[in-house]
Ligand binder design. Structure first.
Ligand code: KIV
Ligand code: ZN
Length: 514
């Protein structure tokens, strides 16, 4: 079979970040971008430059740092959005502007309140402006799967003539079904006279759990770019998951007439990084990257796998980066080994003081935990990069007692605006007591939406990684904390979430209606 290249367009940093609570700082986005570069994705959609000064600066930093992938910014079809995207991408080796407008009757009538002709003119005008600024322009017909076929073909033909090299037809609301959606992509390709001048792309949401199936069906009908995210992160139920798309194509070369340039051994490390940075745990039974994805519980399966692995395994765990959980550092490792390992993981610090803090934290951790894994380093660096400012709330010390028959009691020293305060509280459990004590000082008026603890590595000396999701006035944030003591990790995560609520750069990046 003649294999064509399928372009893997990763939108974890843009659509993925639109998951409520998944907003990332610039440093975190940069770390994820470097990991995506190691994974060898073709395009990194780094953000939506015009949505906030924070997102502009993140896109700009990623454009400067990434050398081996195209870097893309989303832009509405307004000239100011497109110019802002170009400005953020100015230092990119291979910049792409991705401009979009909705083309379905329901979106044009109710959301945009524009006629199809106005949408047509605005789209084509935007593509021309973008093409004057960069060579590589992608155009998306938002809500494509619910758009009228004739209108879609007309706008696609004109978009290609105006200079769009990639045409993306999203299933924005996750409404499509595999046969119908794939066939629709094939029909557009066959009907548009200049379709051979562009790459056709798909972008599927997972509202019915069909995002991966819809994307793969489109590949069978001629799509040559798939937009996807690590761990399937994304708006509402998420986007098509990168790891599932890539491994379906690698595992079934007899079905899919395409190949991908991904280094699949980087899949699990990237998945873990995204989970740590966003605070969205990966469900254990998640395909490819879930903790149980390669675990065989039943005796019959174990027996089969021991005799001949392929009886029950269609992929090799090591091919997607499992079992690379090497012990990398320990108590005796020095600064050079520590820095070299961070460099390998694509982690860098803006200043020496942060590197020194990280090294001190590493030594403290190595005293408590004999084996330091890459995951420990990622969590430790996340902690440092949380970068509390002097005004932020910080944990100085804590003492928690929990005895059978007595209410757990927590005493904490917290620093706020440079002053130390002692607070104490009782709770239904020790974590509850810790949170109540923090609230005595913070009095935040927030609602706790989620509390979860994950072991970062295996073994009882593993660090616990805690995620705390808080909501206030419609804003949702995820705070993270890691420590070998899960009560300390819980306090850190709660405080981190409170600090995020006070940080305007961490607002949900998507703007309102176009
Ligand atoms: O889901 C969607 O339609 C999008 C577009 C902006 C590509 O995210
Ligand atoms: Zn989307």
């Amino acid at each position: 079979m003649d294999k064509q290249r399928l372009i893997i367009f990763d939108t974890t940093l843009r659509d993925g970040e639109q998951s409520p609570g998944a907003a990332m700082t610039k440093e975190e986005k940069l770390r994820v971008a470097k990991s995506l570069e190691k994974l060898k994705v073709d395009v990194i959609e780094a953000g939506f430059a015009t949505s906030s000064p924070g997102d502009f600066s993140a896109v700009k930093s990623i454009a400067e740092a990434i050398k081996d992938c195209r870097v893309c910014s989303l832009a509405r079809t307004m000239p100011s959005d497109i110019e802002r995207a170009a400005e953020a991408l100015v230092d990119a080796v291979a910049p792409r502007i991705h401009t979009f407008i909705a083309t379905s009757p329901i979106h044009m009538d109710y959301k945009l309140q524009m006629t199809p002709e106005q949408v047509f003119d605005q789209a084509i005008g935007a593509i021309k402006i973008a093409r004057n600024l960069v060579d590589d322009v992608e155009f998306s017909l938002e809500d494509g799967s619910r758009s009228e076929f004739e209108f879609m073909c007309r706008i696609v033909e004109a978009a290609i003539n105006a200079g769009a090299g990639t045409i993306n037809i999203p299933d924005t609301v996750g409404y499509g079904t595999p046969g119908e959606y794939g066939e629709m992509i094939g029909r557009v390709i066959n009907n548009v006279p200049n379709s051979d001048k562009a790459v056709f792309s798909v972008h599927c949401h997972n509202d019915l759990g069909l995002a991966v199936a819809n994307s793969l069906s489109a590949v069978l009908h001629g799509a040559r770019q798939v937009e996807c995210t690590i761990n399937g992160l994304g708006e509402r139920a998420g986007n098509a998951s990168l790891e599932e798309i890539v491994m379906a194509i690698r595992t079934r070369p007899d079905i899919y007439p395409v190949e991908v340039g991904i280094d699949s051994t980087q899949i699990v490390p990237t998945s873990r990084l995204v989970s740590t940075v966003t605070g969205f745990p990966v469900q254990p039974n998640k395909a490819v990257v879930g903790a149980n994805a390669f675990a065989h519980e039943s005796g019959i399966h174990q027996d089969g796998v021991l005799k001949y692995r392929e009886t029950y395994e269609i992929m090799r765990a090591e091919d997607v980066g499992w079992n690379t959980n090497r012990i990398v550092l320990g108590k005796l490792s020095g600064r050079a080994a520590f820095s070299a390992r961070l460099e390998d993981l694509g982690i860098s610090f803006d200043n020496k003081a942060d590197l020194n803090r990280a090294f001190t934290r590493f030594k403290e951790l190595a005293d408590k935990k004999r084996e330091i894994h890459d995951e420990d380093l990622q969590a430790l660096v996340s902690d440092i990069q949380i970068g509390e400012s002097a005004e932020d709330l910080a944990l100085v010390a804590m003492d928690v007692s929990s005895k059978t028959g007595r209410a757990p009691h927590a005493e904490l020293t917290l620093r706020s605006h440079g002053n130390d305060h002692s607070v104490s509280a009782e709770g239904d459990g020790p974590v509850d007591a810790v949170f109540r004590a923090i609230e005595k000082l913070a009095d935040s008026g927030t609602e706790l939406k989620l509390y979860s603890v994950n072991a970062i590595t295996t073994g009882t000396d593993s660090q616990g990684e805690v995620t705390v999701r808080l909501e206030k006035g419609g804003r949702i944030v995820n705070g993270q904390g890691a420590d070998t003591d899960i009560l300390v990790a819980s306090a850190k995560a709660y405080i981190h979430a409170l600090n995020l609520l006070g940080n305007p750069d961490r607002v949900h990046p998507q703007l309102g209606g176009v």
